[in-house]
Design a protein around this ligand. Structure first.
Ligand code: NAD
Ligand code: MG
Length: 385
């Protein structure tokens, strides 16, 4: 099966692994986008020769335009340029690997253009889940999950034939627990950025690595699962699983449970989203359960890691509460990485910002943006003060 792709956020952790998958499968890459890293993007343009590439930062885009003047790739700039890449002609699947709520407009643009979506950018669903899912339904566009847990659930659901979906009782998301599993609140008080960036199992972008340390990542994934699989939040459970071998599970009415397993390598879920329903060979290592010997599971400590609960409350209330929690977290996460915030303050500020959000059950894109801006302002003000 040949695929023609547009890869948004191609210079990041997921983006570069997606290009790895594209290279191995001989897929065509028609468009690439980046925020600012033009060195990496230039190499990608020379290798994949896309028709379009976009750089958000104008000056970096201008630089790149000069550098690749000898190629046939047209260089666009700004968010408008990214959106044009999301709509690029002759593309089957748009893989959104942008980090943060910045991915929302490109996702909506790609859906509007009728492109299939391979979604890594979970913040898109957290902030605008209802808008994204309604748009996809209206256009008959499929959203295929790239996030490993959601890919696992999606793969397990292949074992639930149409008509049997009512028998699905529960989704169980696994969580690695991050670098601070087992730590008390007291121990978490003084953790450094460097410690928080040391994830035990996955090598990922900085923002999601910090989200894994605070467990906000699992809260975001809970909301992502609610939208992708139309499950009420009270039927999405979370279990800590230290080895990241069982990527998630589903439970049926008869209490039979299906799981998807594999070594922790994002190229499996990325490739599945791009080849579905086919399975292609992969360079990812085989799973040897005997080598692991033992797999561990535990309940999450929601006292030391309150953000799972904050996200559960946000999605249960609905409206723009999840958008506010997500935006506050984007801001707090960045301030923590810049050394302007202590680790535990991330949870406190995200919770307070979520509680301050307006109760707006039916929302528009403008409402999401406004709730996000207010939440970011709230976090900034409470750091300064
Ligand atoms: P990353 O920071 O490594 O890469 C982010 C990409 O987005 C880069 O190409 C960057 O240029 C681009 N970008 C950044 N800010 C932008 C903006 N404002 N506008 C447009 N483009 C922008 O991040 P990542 O780890 O690859 O994660 C990407 C997404 O995938 C996130 O939503 C993350 O939660 C999700 N995800 C990542 C992993 C992983 O293993 N890294 C796993 C599951 C889900
Ligand atoms: Mg995940």
């Amino acid at each position: 099966m040949h695929k023609r792709l547009s890869i948004l956020g191609s210079t990041g952790s997921i983006g570069t692994q997606a290009l790895d998958v594209a290279r191995l499968n001989g897929f065509t890459v028609r468009a690439l986008t980046a925020n600012s890293r033009i060195d990496v993007l230039e190499e990608q343009i020379r290798e994949f020769q896309p028709a379009l590439a976009a750089v958000v930062e104008e000056r970096a885009a201008a630089d790149l335009r000069v550098r690749v003047a000898d190629t046939g790739t047209k260089i666009l700039s700004g968010m408008d340029g990214v959106i044009e890449c999301a709509r690029c002609e002759g593309v089957d699947t748009v893989l959104n690997a942008i980090v943060g709520m910045a991915g929302l407009l490109p996702t909506l643009a790609a859906i509007e253009a009728g492109r299939e979506i391979a979604l890594a950018n979970k913040e898109t669903l957290v902030a605008g889940g209802r808008l994204v899912m309604e748009a996809a339904r209206a256009k008959g566009v499929r959203i295929l999950p790239v996030d490993s847990e959601h890919s696992a659930i999606f793969q397990c659901l292949q074992g639930a034939p149409a008509g049997q979906r009512d028998a699905l009782k529960r989704i169980i998301l696994t969580a690695s627990g991050g670098p601070f599993f087992g730590w008390t609140k007291e121990q978490l008080r003084d953790v450094t950025v460097e410690q928080a960036l040391r994830h035990p199992n996955w090598s990922m972008g900085a923002k999601i690595t910090i989200d894994s340390a605070t467990m906000m990542n699992k809260g975001l994934e809970l909301i992502e699962a609610v939208w992708l699989f139309s499950m009420p939040p009270e039927r999405v459970d979370i279990v800590v699983h230290r080895e990241s071998v069982v990527h998630s599970l589903i439970e049926f009415a008869d209490n039979s449970v299906l799981a998807q397993l594999g070594v922790p390598d994002m190229r499996i879920p990325i490739q599945y989203a791009l080849t579905y329903p086919a399975r292609h060979p992969s360079p990812v290592g085989q799973l040897s359960l005997a080598q692991f010997g033992t797999l561990h599971f535990a309940a999450p400590d929601e006292e030391a890691f309150p953000l799972i609960g904050v996200c559960r409350r946000a999605i249960s209330r609905g409206g723009v509460f999840p958008a506010a929690a997500n935006a506050a977290n984007e801001e707090a996460n960045r301030l923590f990485r810049e050394g302007k915030l202590r680790f535990l303050e991330i949870g406190e500020l995200v919770e307070a910002a979520m509680e301050q959000a307006p109760d707006r059950p039916v929302y528009t894109l403008a409402d999401i943006r406004e709730a996000g801006e207010r939440a970011r302002d709230f976090v900034r003000q409470n750091v300064m003060g």
